[in-house]
Design a protein around this ligand. Structure first.
Ligand code: G6P
Length: 513
């Protein structure tokens, strides 16, 4: 704690991360006692040292419904839980976040649903996050808001606390103007985001999509990613609109949401491709136990010639059906053979109460069942399908046991699995088939790139990866490893936070000096 106290005496923090989920998972032991464990994933491990060195706090949802938790400490984190009611879980999380924004921002692969009740919940919950961040942050603190669930928080927080420096990072794609325009509350979302000092995206293309939307719907223009939100723009854009003359007025917006935040600020938009905790993966991959386990996995599979692997949340954006279709046709064509070849598909359960995820699960399990029914022998299975998550150590062993990694997303903000696979393969073996529709494809140019919608080419590329001469495969892997090893998640957060600090130093509002 910085030594500053809020009006209610709570400690206040110089650096605050705000994300939908807290960086801890609840674990319940055999006696029914529950404790917390640090969540896996690059973002969490990258933030840990920053939190420890900067009097940091993390505001987020603990995952339950209607449950009140007081702020608590867990390893280096000071955690500030935000409560969601059961209805808010349904409308804000499952509804607006994951059945409106998620499909809309991923090329409408599934049809987004637009419901005013969901939007209301989204706005209310975003306000609660903003209020919690406002009560947690020390004077002139830095606040970093994460991802699409919290796009209204930057502006709401600036209204509450004009002294703060506010960053936002969007982990998922930002859609083209023509798709974004479908959103009935498009302007309110852009107003929410533009309350930040710095907005980061995965790809330059996402940043460009966003700037086009802001220009079209808010009339703000950018030069080299920089815009100034001055008093004239602020009041022109955020004055309460007359519904009669402004057809774009969001149906459920109340005047307070449209009121101008005080002052002027610089807004910068840029791409910061996220990465992984490279050291953690390399250390795990170097352990004798992990290598031993990788060998065991291959033995358990009957020592096949080629192990193919897919690892995804069970999500329709991941192209799992396309991958299975291509793999099944290759079996049918006799180009791949059960026993000699095996595919492992780890599909971790995700958003299971959302309808399109239920439908996808049925489809994927139907496809796997049909293929295995057709091709399995007493000894061997065509596709080993695993509908559960695995601990980190087992995942790294799986990467080591794999010859060909299949990443066939139809749209993906980044895809960290591709980068993890590359980081794990310290012996320089392994081939990566990678969808060109992932953010990762912009960094891993030596992968076997593919358009997963094109099933014939996908089949060709899968065979190309399998049969690629050793020296060529190693050359490609070496180049990809150079990229990943020199751009880890610490570099990512460092670049973002350095640019954000620069925005603070350039602050245009003399009242804050
Ligand atoms: C994606 C999103 C994250 C989200 C994660 C898991 O990576 O960008 O914001 O946390 O999926 O999804 P969940 O709905 O379980 O939080």
């Amino acid at each position: 704690p910085s030594g500053n106290s809020g009006t209610d005496g709570d400690p206040r923090y110089d650096f605050v991360v705000v994300s939908n989920r807290l960086p801890v998972d609840r674990v319940t032991d055999a006696d029914g006692n529950s404790t917390w464990r640090r969540s896996p994933g690059g973002l969490v491990s990258a933030m840990a040292p920053v939190m420890a060195n900067n009097d940091g706090a993390w505001v987020g949802w603990a995952g339950g419904a209607g449950e009140h938790l007081d702020p608590f400490d867990h390893d280096v984190f000071h955690l500030v839980p935000v409560e969601l009611s059961a209805q808010e879980v349904e409308r804000f999380y499952e509804g607006f976040s994951n059945a409106t924004l998620w499909p809309l921002y991923h090329d409408v692969i599934a049809p987004p649903e637009f419901h005013r009740t969901w939007w209301n919940a989204y706005r209310n919950v975003n306000r609660r996050f903003a209020e919690s961040a406002a009560a947690t942050a020390a004077p002139r603190a830095t606040v970093w808001i994460q991802d699409y669930q919290l796009q209204l928080v930057p502006r709401m927080l600036r209204q509450l606390r004009p002294d703060l420096t506010i960053g936002f990072f969007d982990h998922i794609p930002f859609p083209p103007l023509e798709i974004f325009a479908q959103l009935p509350w498009r302007r309110a979302v852009l107003e929410g985001l533009t309350g930040a000092d710095l907005i980061g995206f995965q790809r330059p293309g996402d940043a460009q999509n966003f700037m086009r939307c802001v220009r079209r719907h808010m009339g703000i223009t950018f030069r080299h990613g920089q815009a100034e939100i001055g008093p004239e723009v602020t009041s022109a854009t955020f004055a309460v609109p007359d519904p009669a003359v402004d057809p774009e007025k969001p149906a459920t917006d109340t005047p307070e949401d449209m009121s101008a935040a005080q002052g002027s600020w610089n807004l910068k938009v840029a791409a910061y491709p996220i990465s992984i905790d490279v050291d953690a993966i390399r250390e795990m991959a170097a352990k004798p136990e992990t290598r031993q386990r990788a060998q065991e996995i291959r033995q358990e599979l009957g020592d096949p010639e080629t192990v193919f692997l897919g690892v995804d949340r069970l999500d329709y954006t991941k192209g799992i059906r396309h991958r299975i279709k291509a793999y099944g046709e290759l079996l049918e064509d006799g180009k791949l053979r059960v026993g000699q070849d095996v595919m492992i598909q780890v599909a971790s359960p995700s958003r299971e109460r959302v309808e399109s995820y239920k439908v996808l699960r049925e489809q994927v399990e139907g496809m796997v069942g049909r293929l295995n029914g057709q091709f399995d022998t007493m000894e061997h299975t065509a596709i080993r399908y695993l509908h559960h998550g695995y601990p980190f150590a087992e995942m790294v062993a799986l990467y080591l046991a794999t010859d060909v990694m299949l990443v066939t997303s139809l749209r993906d903000g980044m895809n960290l699995v591709a980068k993890e696979f590359v980081a794990a393969k310290s012996d320089g073996t392994g081939r990566l088939v990678l969808s060109e529709f992932t953010g990762a494809a912009e960094q891993l140019k030596q992968a076997v790139l593919v358009n997963p919608h094109d099933i014939d080419t996908l089949k060709e590329r899968i065979l190309l990866a399998k049969n690629m001469p050793q020296d060529q495969a190693r050359r490609r892997m070496r180049a990809m490893r150079r990229q990943v090893l020199t751009h880890d998640v610490n570099d990512w957060q460092d670049k973002f936070l350095t640019d954000l600090a620069r925005m603070r130093d350039d602050d245009v509002d003399p009242r804050l000096g």
